[in-house]
Design a protein around this ligand. Structure first.
Ligand code: PLP
Length: 394
């Protein structure tokens, strides 16, 4: 049976070039990048080259790139490394759980002078209004953290405007760019942020590796202590093959932004979306702000289907060979509807009846054709047998 993978926001496969770039660093050049002998120096040189590529990717200096294990670590580092009791922290209610759970932990540490956290809600279109960030500021606000692109809706947040607010308020600013990286250009100078987290596996690189940009002079404490790796900002023997893979994935991502690949992916997403919207009782979450289109990454569409249960549709589509997600991957299996869609004001029934389609950079016309054949059939079948259609679900 044909398989069409439309869950790129959960993870992506390695591109062959990434695999090839990593290959020598598992066996031939296996050295520890901290060792002074030739084997170590080969590994060290590979890490240096990767750092230079990542500096280009972020538009920053080499010394501002810290390799880590991915988005969760970057997000946790920003929060635990920057905030102290008595500080105020502003984030949003639509962040990934790597931010939300860290914010909740730091707010509940149990002393009299905990970190106070404000969770700014989105507009119904899934956008964070910079005016709401401005309103949330307090004299003791030390850090603002806002994602670049939402993992469920793909909505791009106005980070440049938020960066200006942070600068005017002399507050530090972290961007979780995990879902934006590889889909739009990352430019930490233009964004005006001090910290920026990315993860390789969302852009056709390996899992368990990522990087955080730390602007020179940002007073961040390391999450992991031990050896003096990464200029004492992240202890632990460098994952050299992973670092090489991340840099190769970043290099390919930069090309794909210039050679039309991302535009092509956007056209495929638009065709998929338009085709699915032909089905009655459907609509897009986070596409319109009044009569203005909401900026979104090119690969994502989040669609509600009246009179059916999203999880049932995910399973039905999987059985037909189409992989999609009903909410973020981290929540799959949970019965609670998506916190992102709920924060946007959807009712529970509609939030549960929403599906995320997120295309790989390698998606083809044939993939979209296949999905457009299978999705209407599955929806029709489920609606015919669905208790939601019969009005029994609230
Ligand atoms: N931030 C966002 C917006 C994400 O979508 C994800 C992964 O789903 C993460 C952070 C976590 O990244 P990682 O899987 O590299 O820990």
């Amino acid at each position: 049976m044909k398989r069409v993978y439309m869950d790129a926001n959960a993870t992506t496969p390695l591109l062959p070039e990434v695999m090839e770039a990593m290959r020598p660093y598992w066996m031939e050049h296996f050295g520890n990048a901290s060792s002074i002998h030739l084997d170590g120096q080969q590994a060290h040189a590979a890490v240096d080259r990767a750092r230079a590529t990542m500096a280009e990717f972020f538009n920053c200096h080499d010394a501002e790139v810290v390799f880590n294990s991915g988005g969760t670590e970057g997000d946790n580092t920003a929060i635990f490394g920057m905030l102290h009791p008595g500080d105020h922290f502003i984030t949003t209610s639509i962040e990934h759980s790597a931010i939300l759970a860290a914010a909740e932990r730091i707010a509940q540490r149990g002393t009299q002078r905990d970190v106070a956290v404000t969770f700014v809600a989105p507009t119904p279109s899934g956008l964070i209004d910079p005016a709401d960030i401005l309103r949330a500021l307090r004299p003791e606000t030390r850090l603002i953290s806002v994602m670049l692109a939402n993992n469920e809706t793909g909505v791009l947040q106005p980070v440049e405007e938020i960066g200006k607010i942070a600068r005017a308020a002399s507050t530090y600013f972290h961007i979780d760019a995990v879902q934006g990286a590889g889909k739009i250009p990352i430019d930490v100078r233009r964004f005006g942020c001090h910290l920026c987290s990315i993860s390789a596996h969302k852009m056709h690189g390996p899992k368990g590796i990522g990087a955080i940009f730390v602007r020179r002079g940002t007073p961040i404490e390391p999450l992991l202590v031990g050896g003096s790796h990464e200029r004492r900002q992240r202890a632990g023997t460098e994952n050299v093959p992973g670092i090489v893979g991340l840099a190769k994935a970043a290099e390919l991502a930069m090309h794909s932004l210039e050679d039309g690949t991302i535009d092509r992916m956007g056209k495929l997403r638009d065709r998929l979306e338009a085709g699915v919207l032909q089905i009655s009782g459907t609509g897009v979450n986070g596409a319109w702000d009044g009569d203005k289109p909401v900026p979104r990454v090119a690969n994502t569409t989040n669609i509600w289907f009246d009179h059916l249960e999203g999880e049932a549709l995910v399973i039905a589509l999987d059985l037909k060979g189409v992989a999609v997600s009903g909410g973020s991957a981290c929540h799959s299996g949970a019965t609670e509807p998506s916190h992102v869609l709920m924060a946007m004001g959807l009712n529970k029934t509609r939030a549960r009846a929403s599906l995320r389609f997120s295309l790989l950079r390698t998606a083809t016309e044939a993939d979209v054709d296949y999905a457009l054949k299978v999705v209407p059939e599955a929806v029709e079948h489920l609606r015919a047998i669905s208790p939601v259609a019969a009005g029994t679900a609230g």
